[in-house]
Design a protein around this ligand. Sequence first.
Ligand SMILES: [Fe+2]
Length: 246
Amino acid sequence: MKYAIFSDIHSNYEALIVCLKKMQELKVDAHAFCGDLVGYGPNPEECTRELMKLENLTSVMGNHDVALFNKDFSRWFSEYASKAMVFTAKNITAKSKKFISKFLKEYQGAHFAMVHGSFNDPYRDYLLTPEQFIMNLPKWQGNICFVGHSHVPFIMSYREGHIPQIDVFYGRDVSIKLMPGVRYMINPGSIGQPRDTNPRASFGIFDTEKYTFRLLRLPYDIKAVQTKIEAAKLPQILSDRLPKGV
Ligand SMILES: [Fe+2]
C-alpha cells in the first residue's frame, strides 16, 4: 500500500494542487494528512474543497484547524497568526468547517500512527528533541508515526537500547529504506509554508510493502500566492516568508 503523507497546507492552494497532482502521478492508494489545513494563507475554502475530493483520506487536526472551533486555542498564536485566523473564519463555508470538524485528535492505525504536534499535546508541542521523542514512544503503537506542526521535514529513529537518531532533511529529496524493529517518528515537512530554509512544497510517500519513506520537494507559483496574500490584506510577513522557506 502506497500512502501520500502530507502536512501543514495552511490555505496555500497553489502549493497544494502541485503536490496533489504529483501524488496522483505516483498512484498513491491512500492519503494521510497530519493537520493544519487552514491558517496563514489566502485560500482556506479552496484547499478544503481539494481535500474533500480525495479518496481514502485520514486526517488529524492541527492547532490552526482546532482554532476554527475553539478560540481558546488561538491564545498561543502570534499576532499575525491571529489576524490570519480571523480572515480564515470569514472565508470558509459551513460545509468546509463541518468537514474539518471530523478530523481526528490522533490516529492509531494498522500501518502507522499520526498526530499533529506530539502525543503529549497534539496542538502545542513541537516535536524537536530526542528527549521529547523518547517521552512520546510509549504513547503510540507500531513502528511508524507521522507528525507535522514544525514545518521541518525530519526522521527520528530509535532501536531498543540505542541512542535515538535524528536526521533533518533541509531541502533534500530523500528515499529511506526503513528497518524492521526500529521505531520512527517522521515529519513530511509542510506543503504550504516550509520552514527548513527551502521554499519548495514538501510531502512524503510511505510504501508499506517496500517499507520505504520518500520525501519530495516541489516548486510552485509562490508569486501567485503572494499576490493573493497582499490582495487579502493578510500580514506582510506571511507573504515575505514563503520565498525564503522560513
Ligand atoms: Fe502549521
